[in-house]
Write a protein that binds this ligand. Structure first.
Ligand SMILES: [Zn+2]
Length: 286
């Protein structure tokens, strides 16, 4: 069954949006934002500062041939928190976007600001152009503008940067979970964190005690964090390892989602208490 909505809920491009799943979710195919699904009540109500970030995430996810992202009132803030905010990180994502269109060294690729601004997680075409200039000034690409489009080509320095480990996580499909490994909060992982990561966000949840390996455990922890797209850190019982792993992820510019059980919030360390924590009482809060 297909209904007509007038516009894409993320970029406001005029297009047809199909209604699926008994009217619960609208399936969107947008040239700018890719293919994704949105709960119908959200179709007209996503805030401006979230729309352009989500457009970046849905476009990237589509280009990587992932399952279409489903945006719901429950997961929208988690999805937004996965989006890069710092300029160098957004430029790096644009460079990866260009590399996906590049089949050989020296190839020139046409980008159209009007349709390609989500590749840079940009707010609009002006910011997209500025991020293209940033990559050119850093000598990661060459760029020449014509009316409405820019022809870019990745340089040797650009390809070297793409190999850089600190940006390796940006297209990963895993999420690292740092938490207290104790029976008493076992269901928080199995019934709360894991389904939120795997069913709602379509990433694989990696918890190091559940992974089979022969390596030194801290080597493995750091390797898995470097590969992760984001890190979920639960501070219940304030394990030192969780603080270490969250700090390591921040140093690598990997987004961290902060969690803590309600009765433990008062003990969150001074250095990290200013981060916005998701406070839970049981798995249904996650
Ligand atoms: Zn769109």
């Amino acid at each position: 069954m297909s209904d007509m909505w007038s516009k894409c809920p993320l970029c406001y491009q005029q297009l047809e949006v199909t209604r699926e799943n008994n009217g619960c979710a609208g399936g969107v195919h947008c040239k700018r934002c890719g293919t994704f699904k949105v709960y119908v009540p959200l179709l007209d109500s996503i805030a401006d500062d979230k729309r352009f970030r989500l457009a970046g995430l849905t476009r990237e996810s589509t280009e990587l041939n992932r399952e279409p992202l489903l945006v719901t009132p429950e997961n929208i803030n988690d999805l937004v928190s996965l989006c890069p905010r710092r300029i160098p990180e957004r430029a790096s994502r644009l460079l990866r976007g260009i590399s996906r269109k590049t089949e050989f060294f020296g190839q020139r690729v046409d980008l159209h600001g009007d349709y390609d601004w989500p590749l840079a997680y940009a707010r609009n075409v002006d910011e997209f152009d500025a991020l293209v200039k940033y990559l050119a000034e850093e000598s990661f690409i060459t760029a020449s503008w014509t009316m409405g489009s820019v022809e870019v080509s990745i340089t040797a320095r650009g390809f070297e940067t793409l190999e850089n480990r600190t940006t390796a996580g940006s297209e990963s499909s895993s999420a690292f979970v740092a938490m207290w490994f104790d029976e008493s909060i076992k269901t928080i992982f199995s019934d709360g964190i894991k389904p939120a990561i795997e069913s709602d966000c379509h990433f694989r949840a990696v918890r190091i005690d559940l992974e089979e390996h022969n390596d030194d455990v801290m080597d493995r922890v750091m390797s898995e964090i470097r590969k992760a797209r984001f890190l979920v850190a639960d501070f219940t019982k304030h394990r030192n390892g969780v603080y270490f792993e969250a700090g390591y992820a921040i140093g690598l510019q990997i987004p961290v989602i902060w969690l803590c059980r309600e009765d433990e919030m008062g003990r969150v360390h001074f250095d990290t208490e200013h981060f916005n924590h998701i406070v839970w009482k049981d798995a249904t809060d996650l």
